[in-house]
Design a protein around this ligand. Sequence first.
Ligand SMILES: [Zn+2]
Length: 233
Amino acid sequence: MWNLNVKVIKSGTCTIDPGNSASPVQAGLKYQLGIGGGSSVTVIREGQEVLLVDTGFDQEGDASIENKSRNLAFLEGMLALKGIRLQEITRVFVTHFHADHCNNLEYFDQAQWYALDAALAELKGPGKDRFTSLKNGEEILPQTLVVHTPGHTKGHASLHWSDGQGKIKVAICGDAIINLAWLQSGYVWKFNGDFYNQELARESSSRLLQQADILIPGHGQPFFKPARFTGVS
Ligand SMILES: [Zn+2]
């Protein structure tokens, strides 16, 4: 077996299904079902470094202390299930600055925070200096590259991990791929106010599919590349 040092801590969930409109009623019902809409959270281990990708914040519209505490407890619990303490995280990478991907970042005070330069360019406010800026194609860890995947937002970024022998390649997509249902439906998620470009969104997801075997989407479970994207029918 190959050694994957990529671990999904939490699979993101999705409050809007492909083909539906952004209905507050449906989102409200999904919340009641326990679907918080937070992003996937992934950890990559490399030697002493433990890199967390996105922080997976549920019910992003709820800025209350209670919701923050609930999210923190949930994330700590999910990390603990995988044998990781929050304090062990040495680096955090944010794919883009939407609350469902980056809220509760302040609890990772001990870690170095990273984002793509294009994503940081969109970040308003004084928090920018806290981040180490990365360029498209730059390594954040050995065998882990940052790639610009614009569309969902202008500066959106994803990560490519490979086992070093080119045998297994994993893409940590962020919202460049929402989930398998969205991908297979052919619809593009356009509900965020800062949505950038539909054509680029399609291009970015195609590039991720070309370059990876396993895809970890922003709001769903990891999946192997579907046959229709492998060129084999
Ligand atoms: Zn998201």
